[in-house]
Design a protein around this ligand. Structure first.
Ligand SMILES: [Zn+2]
Length: 273
């Protein structure tokens, strides 16, 4: 699943290509991925000029003139691709945006179809989805992070995955950050010392920034908008490394389940107190 670094990489790629472009005719090939009625979706976006492309957590926000905002969540296997218009769409391409005067089209492709696209018009006051999100994992300050943890009795891993607490992190970067901070994923958030919380905050920031520089992690379907493959999998220390030796101590990386999610830890470097 694309997490903050992958979504940020996609946003930067789209920004380079799409700012100032006017959206032409739109084809909705699968209604399942479009939240709005397709006709309304097409009418809102066709002819609109793309002004800004950003993200909140793992949501991609494409702001156009006429106060139209296109919100997308890629979920498991969603992809935004820039594809030459003469290239025939495959069966996993669900929405095609023509771009006026451009040889490429913007295409939404999604093998499992759990992702979605939606139009939000601010006049309708329908931003609650975004308002419910916690602060972005790259923007929260160390002090706010520590204060946020203090009243929480939940396991730290489950809390970090909760997008209403902090948005942008998913399974890969939570496991990597907790390992680097030497914290067991089942540790109750309110039992972390100030030092542990600050260390964890620092590692979350470092891991995310390093992953953005590497253009994300590709372990399954993630691709950047120009089809590029991420490079952060080279730097993974626990995720996807079950049974391999920990780089720090040589103990074997273990896989368990925390809150229903596959969880990777070093039993020696991340003791559960
Ligand atoms: Zn270790």
């Amino acid at each position: 699943m694309p997490e903050l670094p992958e979504v940020e990489t996609i946003v930067r790629g789209l920004r380079r290509k799409l700012i100032g472009k006017k959206i032409g005719p739109i084809r909705v090939l699968s209604r399942q991925v479009v939240v709005d009625p397709p006709r309304r979706f097409r009418q809102a976006l066709q002819g609109a000029i793309i002004r800004e492309i950003g993200r909140k957590g793992k949501f991609i926000l494409i702001a156009c003139d006429r106060e139209v905002l296109l919100i997308t969540h890629l979920r498991m296997t969603g992809q935004f691709l820039l594809v030459p218009r003469e290239q025939a769409p495959d069966k996993h391409t669900h929405v095609i945006f023509d771009l006026e005067g451009d040889a490429c089209q913007l295409r939404y492709r999604d093998v499992r179809k759990f992702g979605w696209l939606a139009i939000k018009n601010p006049e309708e006051g329908s931003r609650s989805l975004l308002e419910a999100l916690g602060p972005d994992a790259l923007e929260i300050t160390a002090a706010a992070f520590f204060q946020g943890l203090r009243p929480k009795k939940r396991a730290i891993k489950s809390l970090l995955l909760d997008q209403t607490f902090l948005c942008g992190l998913g399974n890969i970067y939570v496991d990597e950050s907790l390992y680097r901070a030497g914290i067991h994923p089942l540790t109750r958030a309110d039992t972390l010392s100030r030092e542990q919380a600050l260390l964890l905050h620092r590692h979350i920031g470092q891991v995310l920034k390093q992953a953005i520089r590497a253009k994300g992690t590709t372990v399954s379907d993630y691709r950047g908008p120009e089809g590029i493959v991420g490079g952060f999998q080279r730097y993974l220390r626990v995720y996807d490394r079950t049974g391999e030796a920990c780089e720090a101590c040589g103990a074997l990386i273990q896989k368990s389940r925390v809150g229903g999610r596959g969880t990777h830890t070093c039993p020696a470097c991340q003791p559960l107190h």
